[in-house]
Design a protein around this ligand. Structure first.
Ligand SMILES: CC(C)(COP(=O)(O)OP(=O)(O)OC[C@H]1O[C@@H](n2cnc3c(N)ncnc32)[C@H](O)[C@@H]1OP(=O)(O)O)[C@@H](O)C(=O)NCCC(=O)NCCS
Length: 167
């Protein structure tokens, strides 16, 4: 499967909104303070990042399969956020490919040497993705519910992502 990152359209924001089924799924995706329900037309403002970028992952038929962002919290680092794969497409390696491509793009655009993210400790699927990409928990900066994770911003080839899809 040929996969590309591109900037989201208005239709993509509606699609991503449809993937967030309820308040607990919303909190896992975007944090406990994120409002639920939210309107698709409000999503671009709700998730706007001052420095950074938003992307959707699409297949060769232009179907939107995943969404994610990076932001630049400080010089030398990018922070992955709002990672989500379409419910029907989970478990096929797309989460890993999306994160790998976001890291590559963030590093290319900013020259970052570190990548960080936050994940709920009980988010087993997300933690598996991040662990397999080399992220390690950093207890300073974590709390009983949320882990702070960090990885060196090396640009490993996608083939090393062991996903069942290739970009
Ligand atoms: C988290 C999420 C992005 C993962 O995407 P995905 O496409 O299903 O994940 P992948 O298929 O790329 O899986 C990557 C790895 O995680 C593992 N994994 C995925 N789902 C898992 C699960 N539910 N339990 C255990 N391991 C899991 C896979 O086995 C794979 O491991 P491997 O590299 O050893 O083969 C997806 O479940 C999702 O969109 N969740 C809702 C939103 C969310 O929680 N976002 C994260 C916010 S921090």
């Amino acid at each position: 499967m040929r996969l590309v990152l591109r900037e989201p359209t208005v239709d993509d924001y509606a699609t991503v909104t449809s993937w967030v089924a309820d308040a607990s799924a919303c909190a896992l995706w975007a944090g406990a303070r994120f409002p639920f329900p939210f309107a698709a037309r409000d999503l671009p403002d709700l998730i706007r990042v001052a420095k950074g970028a938003s992307y959707v992952l699409c297949d060769e038929n232009a179907a939107t399969l995943a969404f994610g962002q990076y932001r630049v919290p400080k010089t030398g680092a990018v922070h992955l956020c709002r990672i989500i794969v379409a419910p029907h497409a989970r478990g096929d390696g797309l989460g890993k490919v999306l994160c790998r491509m976001l890291i590559d793009e963030g590093v290319r655009a900013t020259g970052a040497t570190a990548v960080t993210l936050r994940v709920y400790r009980n988010n087993v699927a997300a933690r598996a993705v991040y662990r397999s990409l080399g992220f390690v928990p950093v207890e300073e900066g974590s709390n009983p519910e949320v882990l702070w994770m960090r990885a060196q911003a090396t640009s490993a080839p996608l083939a090393e992502a062991k996903g069942r899809v290739t970009a």
